[in-house]
Design a protein. Structure first.
Length: 180
């Protein structure tokens, strides 16, 4: 499983009650226009494409056919990159263009490209037993996927909900929070 994601925060607690620490890791969630799956990742291209000292970022995401297209609208992109206005005069010229048609060869070469293969906020269940660490990725229910999970309080609340669902009571251990 490819676990690259929009990870925002992490919190630890013994979610399954076996005495070792498990992790809740906050991601973008599934109620987002940015969809990422194992076969159709979401991508982000980052770079100072027009060499004006500010960094642009273009998010690429799959449509219903599985093809990746930039999510940014022409109007918004040309505010950041005025060259887009000259390159694509009409909206129709820009529509349906892929990232390698919008950016030229040099821009593509300088871009930092990151991919995300999962949007779910997950429980990393520690199944290694005493003294060993083996983290198993377990998706959390839809209620945990309705919005991005960012630190510090949301992951703790989710940890408590997981605990209540599985065990009917709150965790014994204190949790430590860390924003990524
Ligand atoms: Ca545990
Ligand atoms: Ca720039």
């Amino acid at each position: 499983m490819k676990t690259n994601g929009w990870w925002n925060c992490i919190t630890a607690g013994d979610a399954d009650g076996d005495g070792d620490l498990d992790l809740i890791v906050g991601n973008l969630g599934l109620n987002s226009r940015i969809r990422a799956t194992q076969t159709t990742p979401a991508e982000i291209y980052v770079g100072d494409f027009d060499h004006n000292g500010t960094v642009e970022q273009i998010i690429n995401c799959a449509d219903e056919t599985g093809e990746l297209y930039p999510m940014v609208l022409k109007n918004d992109l040309q505010k950041e990159m005025p060259t887009i206005k000259k390159k694509f005069v009409k909206f129709g010229d820009y529509a349906g263009k892929k990232i390698n048609e919008i950016l030229d060869e040099d821009q593509l070469k300088q871009a930092v490209v990151k991919q995300s293969f999962m949007g779910e906020t997950v429980l990393l269940r520690n199944d290694g037993g005493k003294g060993n660490l083996k983290l198993v990725v377990q998706s959390l229910p839809m209620a945990a996927q309705l919005s991005p999970v960012c630190g510090p309080y949301l992951p703790i609340m989710i940890m408590m909900v997981v605990w209540i669902l599985f065990w009917g009571k709150l965790p014994r251990c204190t949790t430590r929070i860390r924003s990524l």
